[in-house]
Design a protein around this ligand. Structure first.
Ligand SMILES: Cc1ncc(C[n+]2csc(CCOP(=O)(O)OP(=O)(O)O)c2C)c(N)n1
Ligand SMILES: [Mg+2]
Length: 328
């Protein structure tokens, strides 16, 4: 039997270029967040996903607009790829009234049910049970909606995660467990906290389909999430995806990212950056040329500039409304 065609074979040239635009949009958005943090317009810690941009771009493209998403504090790109409005997202992160949650959630609590976003989460593994609940509701109501929950390698030993994995597996819930294995949890290498560092082995033990793949290859990410989503919609879920990747920036804005990692290791992964690799592929395959890439890059920058102009023009929430939604 000839091998089945990969989902990527269905993508048009516009789709392929759109994936590049999405990667660059996320890069420019996060660079601007860092600049706003340095300018004092964004309070608290900021966790960027430099070097991991293929994951949100590929995963977002593979999902339906009404699919559910839960993510971590490092999930800006997933929200954008899911279609969340750039300006309202920027406003929320800056704590402004026109933000997704009226500026009262901030970057750790990005929430936009209209696009299936059931929350960013500052608590490691916190989004996992929410996604399992959403998948259960989808199964129960026959909605055909899939839940994608994104978490790091550092989340897999949390008790609530383990309970969620088992419940999803035993009830065959339509949930995709996407683990961004970037080899470190804050400054701790995976092998210091987990004896079996190939996480797929553990998930096979839960009775789930698993796949491990190159998380810096946007088309591979698209294929894996598209296949997992199709399996979930066919009632064969859940699926565990282990995406191998690396953040080339620090854990948060004040971490230089060195000390616990060598310069050589970081440089090795910088050379494998998703944008760089995908741009090379697009031009090699003649889907576009340098000028075409530059056009996509300037479009992304213009969209980010517009979003932050909107956000910065928005006032802070009024003090007398600060406790709205906190107490019933
Ligand atoms: C329950 C809980 N414990 C500890 C922390 C502190 N903390 C914040 S991020 C982080 C590391 C998480 O690493 P990982 O899951 O690999 O995600 P990454 O940051 O690498 O994307 C820790 C321990 C937290 N936020 N929540
Ligand atoms: Mg990690």
């Amino acid at each position: 039997m000839p091998p089945a065609k990969k989902p990527r074979s269905q993508l048009t040239r516009d789709d392929l270029l759109g994936l590049y635009r999405q990667i660059v949009l996320m890069m420019r958005f996060e660079e601007r967040l860092l600049a706003e943090s340095q300018a004092g317009n964004l309070r608290g810690s900021l966790h960027l996903a430099k070097g991991q941009e293929a994951l949100p771009a590929g995963a977002g493209k593979a999902l339906r607009p009404d699919d559910y998403l839960t993510m971590t504090y490092r999930g800006h790109g997933y929200a954008l790829a899911k279609g969340v409005d750039l300006g309202r997202m920027a406003a929320e992160i800056l704590g402004r009234r026109d933000g997704l949650c009226g500026g009262q959630g901030g970057k750790m609590h990005l929430f936009d049910p209209a696009h299936g976003l059931l929350g960013a989460n500052g608590i490691v593994a916190g989004g996992i049970p929410t996604a399992v609940g959403a998948a259960w509701s989808s199964q129960h109501q026959g909605l055909g909606r899939v839940a994608l929950t994104v978490f790091g390698d550092g989340a897999v030993n949390q008790g609530v995660a383990m309970e969620s994995f088992n419940m999803a597996a035993v009830w065959k819930l339509p949930v995709i467990f996407l683990c961004e294995n970037n080899l470190y949890a804050e400054m701790t290498p995976l092998g210091r906290s987990t004896a079996e560092t190939d996480l797929a082995h553990r998930f096979a033990g839960f009775g789930m389909t698993t796949a491990t793949f190159d998380g810096n290859d946007v088309l591979e990410v698209y294929d894996q999430v598209a296949l997992a989503a199709a399996a979930c919609r066919a009632g064969k879920g859940p699926v565990f995806l282990q995406a191998m990747t690396y953040r080339t920036c620090g854990h948060y804005q004040l971490d230089p990212g060195l000390g616990y990692r060598t310069k050589e290791e970081v440089a090795e992964w910088e050379a494998k950056s998703p944008a760089h690799r995908y741009a090379g592929w697009l031009t090699k395959e003649k889907h576009t040329d340098k000028a075409g890439l530059a056009k996509l890059e300037s479009e992304a920058l213009a969209a980010v500039d517009q979003a932050f102009s909107f956000a910065l023009a928005s006032p802070e929430p009024p003090v007398d409304k600060m406790l709205a939604g906190v107490f019933v």
